[in-house]
Design a protein around this ligand. Structure first.
Ligand SMILES: Cc1cc2nc3c(=O)[nH]c(=O)nc-3n(C[C@H](O)[C@H](O)[C@H](O)COP(=O)(O)OP(=O)(O)OC[C@H]3O[C@@H](n4cnc5c(N)ncnc54)[C@H](O)[C@@H]3O)c2cc1C
Length: 366
C-alpha cells in the first residue's frame, strides 16, 4: 500500500522536479510538503508518539523508490530520519514526548562533524557547560545536511574531557538564542540538500533536551549509524536502478553503424554487469535492514558492508551509464551526469568507505 502510493508520487510529482532541484541548488520545500501530507516524515517515529512506526526494511523500500527518480528528494527524507534517530534510539521518555510528536511534521538534522572531527568523531570540541538548569553551548559544526532548514537539530556536544565518554547529544530547536546557521556549502552533487555550518555562541539549551545521559553521545552516534547507513546504501541502489534503466532505454534507441548500440556486445556486457552489481547491492541492503528489524547482533557489520558495497556500486553504475550515452551522457540534457554527482556523496557521508571497511574488518577480527 505505502509503496504503491510512493511509486505514484515519485513518478508523477517528484521525477519532473529532479533536474530543477539540482540546477536551482535550493531545498525542495514542495517535496517536503508531499512527505508531510503522506506521513513519510514520520515513518520511523513509533506509533505511540504519533508516527507510523514502520520498520527499517519498509523505510529502505521507500527511499529506493524516491532515489530512482530524484536522489535529492530521497536524501532530504533520509537525513530528516537521521536527525531524529538519536531521540528514538537514546532518548528518555520525557525527551521523546517533547520532540517526537512535533517531528511528525517538522524537520530534523544531525550535527556531529566539526573541522577537526570527521572520521574521528571523538575529536569533537563543541563544548557544553551546565549553568543552573541549562547547558551553555559554544562551538561550531560543519557539513550539516538540512542544517539550514531543520526545526530541531540533534547536536553532539562535549560535556567532559574523556574522548568517548565525554560525548553527549542534545536537541537544539532552531530558534534557540545563541544558535545561528552559517555558510551554505557549494556541493558537487546533492545540490538540493546543501550542507551548512552551524554556530553556537553561548547557546542556552534546557537540560531536559539532553538525549539519554551525559556521556551517552558516542554510543548513540554509533547506534544511529548502524540504522542510518542502510538508508544511504539504498539511496545509492535507487540511483543505480534509475541510471541502469535510462541506459537500457537509450541503448535500444541510439543507432550507430546502422543498428541500435544495444546490439553491440561491448554495451550488453556493461549493462549486464551494472544489473548484476545493482541487484547484489540491493539484496545486501535488504539483508542489513532485515537484520536490524530482527534485532540481530551483526547490525554494525552488515550495515557497513551494505553501505560500502552499494555506494561504490552507485558510483560505478552511474559512471558506466554515462559512458553508454557517449557524449550525451556528459551534458545536462540527460540526467546521468547529475546521478553520478549525486551518487558520489554517498561514499563519504556517515563514515567514508574507508571507515565502513574499518568497521567490517573490526567485526571480523573481534
Ligand atoms: C555534503 C555533505 C553532507 C554531510 N552531511 C553531514 C551531516 O548531516 N551531519 C554530519 O554530522 N556530518 C555530515 N557530513 C560530514 C561527513 O560525514 C564527513 O565529511 C565524513 O565523515 C568524513 O570526514 P572528513 O570530511 O573530516 O574526512 P577525514 O576524516 O578528514 O578523512 C579524510 C580521508 O582520510 C580517510 N581516513 C580517515 N580515517 C581513516 C582511517 N582510520 N583509516 C583509513 N582511512 C581513513 C578518509 O576515508 C578520507 O578518505 C557531510 C559531508 C558532506 C560533504
Amino acid at each position: 500500500m505505502i509503496l504503491a502510493a510512493v511509486r505514484d508520487m515519485a513518478k508523477d510529482k517528484i521525477a519532473p522536479r529532479s533536474a530543477e532541484i539540482d540546477t536551482e541548488n535550493e531545498y525542495p520545500w514542495d517535496i517536503i510538503e508531499l512527505y508531510r501530507e503522506s506521513q513519510l516524515l514520520s515513518m520511523i517515529i513509533p506509533e505511540e508518539y504519533g508516527g507510523v512506526g514502520t520498520g527499517e526494511l519498509t523505510c529502505c523500500l521507500v527511499i529506493e523508490e524516491l532515489a530512482k527518480v530524484c536522489a535529492n528528494s530521497a536524501h532530504a527524507l533520509a537525513d530528516h530520519w537521521l536527525g531524529l534517530e538519536p531521540i528514538i534510539l537514546g532518548g528518555h521518555e520525557e525527551v521523546k514526548q517533547k520532540f517526537l510528536p512535533q517531528l511528525t511534521t517538522k524537520l530534523a538534522a544531525f550535527a556531529l562533524t566539526e573541522t577537526e572531527a570527521g572520521s574521528d568523531i571523538s575529536g569533537i570540541q563543541t563544548k557544553a557547560v551546565m549553568e543552573g538548569d541549562n547547558y551553555i553551548i559554544n562551538g561550531q559544526k560543519i557539513f550539516c545536511t538540512n542544517g539550514g532548514t531543520a526545526d530541531f537539530i540533534s547536536v553532539f556536544i562535549r560535556t567532559s574531557a574523556d574522548r568517548n565518554r565525554g560525548m553527549s547529544v542534545c536537541v537544539v530547536p532552531k530558534e534557540t538564542p545563541g544558535f545561528s546557521v552559517g555558510k551554505k556549502e557549494e556541493q558537487l552533487g546533492m545540490r538540493g540538500t546543501p550542507a551548512y555550518e552551524l554556530v553556537f555562541e553561548d547557546c542556552q539549551v534546557p537540560k531536559e533536551n539532553l538525549i539519554g545521559q551525559e556521556g551517552d553521545g558516542f554510543k548513540i552516534a554509533l547506534g544511529v549509524f548502524d540504522r542510518s547507513r542502510p538508508f544511504d546504501a539504498i539511496l545509492a541502489v535507487g540511483i543505480s536502478e534509475g541510471a541502469l534503466q535510462y541506459a537500457i532505454d537509450y541503448a535500444k534507441e541510439r543507432r550507430q553503424f546502422g543498428r541500435p548500440i544495444a546490439e553491440f556486445q561491448g554495451i550488453q556486457f556493461m549493462l549486464a554487469d551494472m544489473a548484476i552489481q545493482t541487484e547484489a547491492a540491493r539484496l545486501l541492503v535488504y539483508q542489513a535492514a532485515a537484520l536490524i528489524d530482527q534485532g540481530s547482533s551483526f547490525i554494525s557489520q552488515f550495515s557497513s558492508m551494505a553501505n560500502c558495497f552499494a555506494t561504490d556500486t552507485g558510483v560505478k553504475v552511474t559512471n558506466d551509464a554515462m559512458q553508454i550515452l557517449g557524449g550525451y551522457g556528459y551534458i545536462k540534457d540527460h540526467p546521468l551526469e547529475q546521478k553520478m554527482r549525486d551518487a558520489r556523496l554517498l561514499q563519504i557521508v556517515e563514515g567514508t568507505n574507508q571507515i565502513q571497511r574499518v568497521v567490517v574488518a573490526r567485526s571480523l577480527l573481534r
